[in-house]
Design a protein. Sequence first.
Length: 227
Amino acid sequence: MKTSNTKSRLLSLAILIFISAFSSCKKNNVDDTGQFKLKIVNASATSSPQSFTLAGSILVSEGLRYQDATNYISSPSGTRLVAEFKNPNGSVYASGEIFTANTISQTVYLIGQGSKARIKYFTDNLSTPNSGKVKIKFIHFSDNAPSNVRIKDSSGTELQNNITRNEDTGYKFVDPGVLSIQLSSTSSGEILGTSDVRDLQSGRIYDIYFTDDADGKLIENKVLHDQ
């Protein structure tokens, strides 16, 4: 009888653990009492104008074109929130999951082309830059460039020893105006290209992301972050 009771208790415990694990893995675990802010960016050069849905709620109804970025949009926070970029006919161009928390600000990107289209998101720090400076971070989204890239400025000063595809560098402070940058392969040292990031304004915050244009050429774009 004791053995039977023990087995029964163990079975009940196993069921509870299974239910708990299942609940913790549930998609669209929305916190209706909390809010966060989300900026939405289309960084996919070959995509049609997109809409964007998060946890079943439409945050962008239509027309988000390549290089477009929304203002920050308030939305309920939560975990495993299903994010979908959709074509004008309603078909899903790319989908993913977002984990977020109350009061934070994040930026979600549509990146890649064709079968490589995907969603990536980053948490933003909107604190004011140092006096007279510009706050920037670099993000590597190019599928045609090497997976690991080094960044230097026009004087040869290293801005980032290495950045890996789909990751960012963290924030850096630079002078306003024009920032000339050179990208090279971290492993081989091959120069991948140079470009000028223009109109950087003192006291403001930017993402500078590297991606591929419709012809597969490595280019840079920037996103302005205002609170």
